[in-house]
Design a protein around this ligand. Structure first.
Ligand code: PLP
Length: 759
């Protein structure tokens, strides 16, 4: 279903960078072709080139209201930031008095370029001041009281005019008053990158010492920027050399960039072709987008107050969806937005929203939509339509309930894997009977589970934990309240009233799901209450050995490890027996579904684990005694927390990653390959809502990552087939290809760079 409507990109990530205005690009091109002289040359070509540079400086001074201040051209804002910080700290150092303690202040929501550069120069110049973040309130406004208290000891203070993630602007005159009342000499840098073209700048009327700017944030090309330096503010060149820019910044000037800036400056000065809209018009466009978001996603929350932010940025969160999910969704609709900045933690979150003290989920779900002043009504109208399409597509995936959409929904039949960090939750739906079970429900996906059950019209038979989890609370409560309030069950959620069957003198209890059944097997070890659940065809109940389609083994067996046995209710000897027993009563090819997947391997099998986990293999094959298993386990578990950091890991990894062979194709190689191997199955592994919005005609099969476990179970007798996977960027397809190859699929490949690089 190629949808031509969504093929054209709508770019709403202007705060990251903007396209180059075509008139600016033309000016740059013309300069490259006809005015390529070096501005330092004294011949005619040089003089012509110099004129472009002089014009740019003159216009920049007007645009910034720089008065007698200087404007120096740089490679971008990051260089401008270095220039300001180096100049200020070098001068400050000369004034420092022995025995006195000094600080450097910066706003907590500042772009990373500022605190990182402060740390760098503080160390390099041996200033050794204490660097302090100025807190912000819930609206992102700087804490003036903190500044008033701290600024007397400060050598430098760095603030930003407009925040890049939220568009929140600071009251610069109040800030100035606060700073100067308490320290008239402190050097003050204001990062104005996101303010250019969006707020009035009259820099000469302020006591701001340094103000960096970047051309590519306002329709200029990358690689050109400028920095304002107040008259009289100290200056140390950041780049020395041939003496260009009056010796303040050496290096041959970026003339094409300057020519492009001239065009941008003309627009800002009202001397261009009026492509920039007024603040009033931009505010109306923002209102249209926010209305569209509220209509499409009624629970949306905006993470900033529109009253104190520029009209070109919207930052919002949709409850129940991570930033990554919404980015993938919008990207499938060919709409570019951005999430919070990725940091060292596994979850993408926004340090800006964290600093504002917003609830963690809002930071983890944050999406930024930003546009520039040259945006058109047509683009915003199209964006509003696509937002509605996106919500509709989520309805198709049963991730939001929408009246009238449920008939077009992607029907769930079999196993669904929902992951939160390293934890897994499983939903098994038997389409024929309309019955479902949820195993190891996670609180974070509780709402999603309820929506899926409702949208898929499934009746929940049980919600079961494979053990009492130490690392998270169970999400069973909400499910039980909504669906199972009448049912009596044990502490893990297993129904008290269930059928029982005796096989080989062992009695197993089971629950029915149409033609399937879920059999409970006690597998203590990780905890005393640990169970495994075997999902089998009902006919299996009459056999000697189970051949389960899926075994939900909790933390008994994890990918690359077995569950830890150093909790108070753990028992390594019991685990030894549980492993042997589970292997004995089931076949070894069935899919094992653990309650954790720390390394994106999705599921496993006894065969695959025994292949790489000697301890497990020895235990199951009886080549290690219980006593030696306990010894080995104890030493493995000893350093679990030290190895893996803050997250409670439920198993010690004997081997975290296994090298497997997957083929990587670029789009040309893939086309050639498909022509020669017409029997290859091409699979789009994005979620059904992304697939519904847009996919390549070659990739006519959709196996979402959340359904990969189901696909593996269906195809495990067909390991010789050729599978080629695709996703948006090549990252998910690579992960899935590795997982399939590890489980024994012999010919797996993926499209490197995904759809993004294939057009
Ligand atoms: N400051 C702010 C507020 C920004 O948004 C950016 C870019 O994202 C920068 C500084 C750094 O700009 P550049 O990467 O162009 O040097």
């Amino acid at each position: 279903m190629d949808n031509p409507e969504v093929l054209k990109q709508i770019y709403l990530d202007a705060n990251a960078t903007t396209p180059v205005l075509s008139s600016a690009a033309a000016a740059a091109m013309e300069t490259m072709e006809t005015m390529f002289g070096n501005p330092s040359s004294s011949h005619t070509s040089g003089l012509q080139a110099k004129q472009i540079m002089d014009q740019a400086r003159c216009k920049a001074i007007q645009v910034l209201g720089a008065g007698t201040g200087q404007v120096i051209f740089t490679s971008g804002a990051t260089e401008g930031i270095q220039t300001g910080i180096l100049s200020a700290l070098y001068a400050a150092k000369a004034k420092m008095k022995a025995g006195q303690s000094y600080s450097i202040l910066y706003g907590a929501t500042e772009h990373k370029a500022v605190p990182e550069s402060l740390k760098h120069w503080n160390r390099i110049l041996e200033v050794n001041a204490t660097i302090k973040a100025i807190p912000v309130d819930v609206q992102g406004k700087l804490d003036m009281e903190y500044i008033a208290n701290e600024v007397p000891d400060a050598l430098m203070i760095c603030t930003m005019a407009v925040n890049n993630e939220t568009g929140v602007y600071q009251d610069l005159s109040l800030l100035e008053q606060t700073i100067r009342t308490h320290n008239s000499d402190v050097y003050w840098m204001v990062d104005c990158v996101q303010a250019l073209g969006k707020t009035h700048l009259g820099l000469a009327d302020t006591t701001i010492d340094y103000a960096p700017f970047s051309g590519h944030k306002l329709y200029g090309p990358k690689g050109i920027g400028f920095v304002y330096i107040r008259e009289g503010a100290p200056f140390t060149p950041f780049i020395a050399g041939g003496g260009q820019e009056s010796g303040l910044r050496s290096g041959t000037e970026n003339l094409p960039g300057l020519a492009a800036l001239n065009v941008i400056f003309d627009e800002l000065l009202g001397q261009g072709s009026d492509v920039f809209s007024s603040t009033k018009v931009l505010s109306e466009l923002r209102a249209q987008l926010s209305t569209a978001l509220k209509t499409a996603f009624p629970t949306v929350v905006f993470n900033h107050n529109f009253d104190n932010s520029v009209p070109t940025t919207l930052n919002f969160s949709i409850p129940g969806f991570t930033s990554k999910e919404i980015m993938d969704l919008f990207d499938a609709a060919n709409m570019r937005v951005s999430s919070g900045s990725a940091c060292s933690s596994k979850v993408t979150r926004s340090f800006v929203l964290d600093a504002m003290g917003l609830e963690p989920w809002r930071s983890e779900s944050a999406i930024r939509m930003s546009f520039g002043p040259a945006v058109t009504q047509q683009q915003i109208t199209e964006a509003c339509d696509r937002i509605q399409h996106c919500a509709h597509a989520l309805g198709h995936s049963c991730l939001v309930s929408m009246d009238g959409v449920t008939n077009e929904r992607e029907e769930l039949d079999g196993l669904l894997q929902l992951k939160v960090g390293g934890s897994c939750c499983w939903v098994y739906a038997d389409k024929q009977s309309g019955k479902a079970v949820v195993i190891d429900p996670l609180v974070e996906v509780q709402e999603r589970l309820l929506t899926i059950l409702e949208c898929q019209k499934l009746s929940l038979v049980a919600a079961i934990d494979t053990h009492g989890h130490a690392d998270h609370t169970s999400g069973r409560v909400g499910l039980v309240q909504a669906h199972l309030s009448e049912q009596a069950c044990d502490p893990l959620g297993w129904p008290i009233q269930c059928d029982r069957i005796e096989i080989n003198k062992n009695v197993f209890s089971f629950i029915e799901l149409g033609e399937h059944c879920l059999v409970k097997v006690s597998t203590p070890g990780h905890t005393a209450d640990s169970i495994s659940l075997l999902l089998c065809d009902k006919s299996q109940l009459l056999k000697e050995k189970f051949v389960p389609e899926f075994t939900f083994c909790g933390d008994l067996i994890l990918m690359g490890s077995v569950g830890r046995t150093n909790f108070s209710t753990s028992d390594a000897a019991a685990m030894y027996c549980s492993l042997r027993n589970l292997a004995k009563i089931t076949n070894k090819q069935g899919v094992l579904c653990p309650s954790h997947d720390y390394h994106n391997e999705f599921v496993t099998t006894f065969d695959a684990e025994m292949n790489r986990n000697t301890l497990l293999e020895q235990a199951i094959e009886g080549r290690i005694s219980s006593a030696n298993f306990i010894k080995a386990k104890t030493s493995l578990d000893l350093h679990i927390d030290d190895e893996q950091g803050a997250e409670i890991m439920c198993g010690a990894f004997v081997e975290s990653c296994q090298k497997v062979q997957v083929s990587e194709y670029d789009s040309v190689a893939l086309t050639e390959h498909i022509e020669q191997h017409s029997d290859a199955t091409l699979i789009d592994i994005r979620e059904p809502h992304e697939y519904a919005l847009n996919h390549d005609q070659y990739f006519s099969k959709n196996v979402p990552l959340t359904r990969l476990a189901n696909f593996i179970a269906q195809q495990h007798n067909n390991m010789d087939q050729e599978l080629i996977l695709v996703c948006r960027s090549g990252s998910r397809s690579h992960i899935a290809a590795n997982a399939l190859a590890r489980l024994g699929f012999k010919h797996v490949g993926h499209l490197k760079g995904g759809y993004a690089l294939s057009h």
